[in-house]
Design a protein around this ligand. Structure first.
Ligand SMILES: Cc1ncc(COP(=O)(O)O)c(C=O)c1O
Length: 396
């Protein structure tokens, strides 16, 4: 082990809170679909760090945008206007359902803003309850962990924030029954990511839109993981022919730079009057410049088309793998490049063995391997990844 590796791990052991289970690997560099560690090993990254690096690592457009903006203006308080924030809000709005944006720095903060907006919007009517789904994931703040209907993320943090009602995902009737005169919103991921790549059915998401219209409540879509081209459209809801009242984004929005956003229907957005909500770093010029570069890359490099095509190809290849290993693989499911391989056994060993072969994947919900390559991935990378995965499956 090189000194840099040992010293870095030692520093973490001494000075970093151990709230993550880390692999004994020090990542030092990334380019495209590859990352390198301090020992010189090169890894094929088909997970993109929880779908953050969706243009691959250090995409030249993002690097150049950060460089140029860093020389001009890095931070400006939100009591002033800045060019990049205005440009980015326009891009998000024009590529979604035409709402207005609030910027923050993470997915949890975007959902926190959505929860606050839904509550304040209906505060005069005393409506504050939000319906969320089992196996959802909305973040780690107290409000978003309360919204996340998975006990494993809530354990030890009681009392949680009141006002969340949990119902099963893809169950419209259960949602209808849960609505009462205190309900102000339904919060749902179009595709549950951490919950195991569970895809909302057409009738379910359309039905939720219908319920929100019928009861005069807000539909909040958490597109933190599924948004920004991951499924082959800018936002996963665009596969369903509906529009949300509020949508949240983060992860790949900044091409690797921390940024989150909440986009709300104009009349709803007005409820966030000056002083009601804020974020010091939210919408800072540096992060917004990086995010504008992500939109440019998606448009100029035809990444929605590539995600659709490569997603289809990956699903075909992975389904063949499922046929070859029926004793290990239960099901392969996905939309675009948001793909889950559900195993019949625990998946962490498989992910570990893949890493030993320099392939990065992830396991969520114990048995679901997440396959989320960058949107500009090429066939040769998918082929290489699947060949490595097949070797590991044979070994198991
Ligand atoms: C759907 C969804 N919402 C919210 C979050 C929280 O985002 P962050 O970790 O940036 O706070 C995540 C993170 O995995 C997510 O997948």
């Amino acid at each position: 082990m090189k000194a840099i590796t040992k010293n870095t791990i030692d520093s973490f052991n001494r000075y970093v809170i151990p709230n993550y289970t880390r692999n004994p690997v020090v990542l030092t560099q990334g380019k495209g679909v590859y990352v390198w560690d301090s020992e010189g090993n090169r890894y094929l990254d088909l997970f993109s760090g929880w779908a953050v690096s969706s243009l691959g690592h250090c995409h030249p457009r993002v690097v150049n945008a950060i460089r140029s903006q860093a020389k001009l203006l890095q931070h400006a308080p939100n009591v002033f206007y800045t060019v990049p924030q205005g440009m980015l809000a326009k891009l998000i709005s024009e590529n979604s359902s035409g709402g207005q944006c609030f910027f923050c720095n993470s997915g949890a903060e975007a959902n926190e803003a959505a929860i606050k907006l839904a509550r304040i919007h209906y505060s005069s009517q005393g409506r504050f309850k939000i319906i969320t789904m089992y196996n959802s994931f909305h973040g780690r703040t107290i409000a978003t962990v309360s919204a996340t209907a998975q006990p494993r993320y809530q354990k030890g943090f009681s009392p949680l924030l009141e006002g969340f009602t949990y119902v099963p995902f893809n169950d419209l009737e259960a949602t209808r029954k849960a609505i009462d005169d205190k309900t102000c919103a339904i919060l749902v991921e179009p595709i549950q990511g951490e919950g195991g790549i569970n895809i909302a059915s057409q009738s379910y998401l359309k039905g939720l839109r219908g319920l929100c219209d019928e009861f005069g409540i807000l539909l909040i879509l958490d597109e933190v993981q599924s948004g920004m081209g991951r499924t082959g459209k800018y936002f996963a809801y665009q596969h369903y022919g509906i529009s949300p009242d509020i949508m949240t984004l983060a992860k790949s929005l900044g091409g690797g730079v921390a940024i989150g956003a909440m986009i709300a229907r104009r009349d709803v957005a007005r409820s966030l009057v000056p002083g009601s909500h804020a974020s010091t770093f939210g919408g800072n010029p540096l992060a917004c410049a990086a995010s504008i570069a992500v939109f440019e890359a998606i448009q100029k490099e035809r990444l929605l088309e590539n995600a659709t095509e490569m997603g289809k190809y990956s699903l075909e290849r992975l389904n063949s793998l499922a046929k070859a290993f029926p004793h290990i693989i239960q099901e392969v499911r996905g939309l675009g490049l948001m793909i889950g391989i559900e195993l019949k056994q625990e998946g962490s060993k498989l992910v570990q063995r893949c890493m030993e072969r320099c392939l990065l994947l992830n396991c969520t919900h114990e048995r679901v391997i997440r396959f989320m390559p960058p949107l500009n991935v090429k066939k040769k990378h998918i082929d290489l990844g699947i060949a490595l995965l097949e070797e590991v499956l044979r070994e198991l």
